[in-house]
Ligand binder design. Structure first.
Ligand code: ZN
Length: 441
């Protein structure tokens, strides 16, 4: 498959997945097509060597895995981690309010979005809703309203003369509510909004109980640039990494290597990962321990398996922006279409260390893929990923990598077409490694 078709698949995946709950649903569909079997955490698992499985926790984190035929205690887990959530706006519980002839929805800021990018976009909502159906049974269902429904219009420049000098500043309480409609005289805002949700959910939604609803941009992803060498969409951070990992896993040649492979995609990375389904919770540990039981491991075998394990923590990296040279360390500029970025931070904001870097470089070289190294400016606070958290919890070595991205946390991010295919190739090499990845001390 050429680079553009791989990215077109990614854009289709993102456009079908406007909330973390939809991301998990899209991942499930891909896994089912490859014969993966869904497991329920509350039931007894009967795992078979060679089997393909996945498990979902609370609808928005998903771990898929393949049990290799090789002895786990001697080969370990080969793990790729990424996150399903993106920063943005979430609909509050008592969201609808009427003000001066307008019906608006109140939102809460989720994580650290660039708020100004949410203005003047064709916004809508997606997520999950719980309701009582016509038989008084509680139902939890995904909801995605496909058409532009909401808007955050900018203030005209005539009332905001300094906007181009001072930037667009939005007061998080007063200036973020989204316009939904005009307010008719006899309209009660909250019932108006819940009946709109009921309509979208279908005839059986008798009474809405609660929701997790994200605001998303209905504009589809696109290629751009003189040679279509770039692409743009929402949520590239971090659905591009989830998609790359999934493409690497769902490859019959990779699966034939009989390694024990794991893709762990977590919600809540953008808000610190501490939750029952976040990377700082017990989800991955619980699943790995249950996988180990299938190998009739005894005593120290699980610890031995972890010592042979390795994780690629995949999350997007900051591509060099030529208009803002002072924002970057001049000796660590990473650029579009020049390969995956190895992220290094001495204070362990990234899990990378010299040995795990060297291993990743080895896979790049085997896959004939270029690579780049990134270090943040010392006078700017560095972001982090699930890498340090997960490798600390499991005690396994890891590397933080990701593809170059412009406008991280904008509602419309951009990346390079070649890099997506490069990342998939390296991840396939990693999954296909025959040897244990234990560090020889
Ligand atoms: Zn991210």
């Amino acid at each position: 498959m050429n680079a553009h078709s791989q990215v077109q698949n990614l854009l289709d995946f993102i456009d079908a997945s406007p909330s973390p709950w939809h991301v998990v649903s899209s991942v499930e569909q891909e896994l089912l097509a490859f014969g993966f079997v869904k497991l329920n955490e509350a039931e007894k698992w009967q795992l078979q060597l060679g089997g393909r499985y996945y498990v979902v926790r609370d609808g928005s984190s998903i771990i898929s895995f393949v049990l290799g035929q090789k002895p786990l205690a001697e080969t370990g887990f080969k793990i790729i981690g990424a996150h399903t959530d993106s920063p943005g706006l979430r609909i509050k519980p008592n969201a609808a309010n009427g003000l001066e002839g307008s019906l608006r929805l109140a939102v809460e800021v989720y994580g650290g979005p660039i708020l100004a990018t949410f203005t003047d976009r064709d916004l809508s909502i997606a997520g999950r809703v719980s309701f009582k159906d016509t038989n008084n049974v509680t139902v939890n269902r995904l909801l995605k309203i496909d058409r532009p429904l909401l808007r955050l219009p900018n203030l005209a420049i005539h009332m905001n003369r300094t906007v181009n000098d001072e930037g667009l500043k939005l007061h998080k309480q007063n200036e973020l509510p989204l316009i939904l409609s005009v307010l008719a005289e006899d309209c009660l805002p909250q019932p108006f909004f819940t009946s709109l949700l009921q309509e979208q959910l279908g005839g059986d939604a008798e009474r809405i109980l609660s929701w997790d609803l994200a605001v998303y941009d209905t504009q589809k992803g696109t290629f751009w640039g003189a040679d279509n060498e770039f692409y743009a969409d929402s949520q590239l951070d971090n659905l591009a990494s989830c998609h790359a990992a999934l493409c690497a896993l769902l490859d019959e040649a990779v699966l034939a290597n009989e390694n024990t492979l794991v893709c762990a995609f977590f919600d809540h990375e953008e808000i610190g990962s501490t939750s029952n389904k976040g990377a700082d919770g017990g989800f991955l540990t619980d699943v790995l321990q249950r996988i180990a039981l299938a190998y009739v491991t005894q005593g120290e075998d699980y610890s031995r398996a972890l010592a042979h394990s390795f994780m690629i923590s995949a999350d997007m990296a900051h591509a060099y922006h030529p208009n803002f040279p002072l924002a970057y360390d001049p000796d660590h500029k990473v650029t579009m279409n020049n390969g995956p970025v190895i992220k290094v931070n001495a204070n362990n904001r990234y899990s990378t260390e010299s040995v795990s870097q060297a291993q990743f470089i080895g896979w790049c070289e085997q896959a004939d893929v270029p690579y780049q190294k990134y270090s943040h400016r010392n006078d700017l606070a560095c972001g982090s990923t699930i890498g340090p958290i997960t490798s600390a919890r499991l005690g396994i070595s890891a590397v933080d990598v990701g593809n170059p991205l412009w406008a991280m946390h904008s509602i419309r991010e951009s990346a390079g077409v070649q890099d997506h295919g490069y990342m998939i190739r390296v991840m396939k090499k990693f999954f296909g490694q025959f040897a244990s990845l234990a560090i020889m001390n």
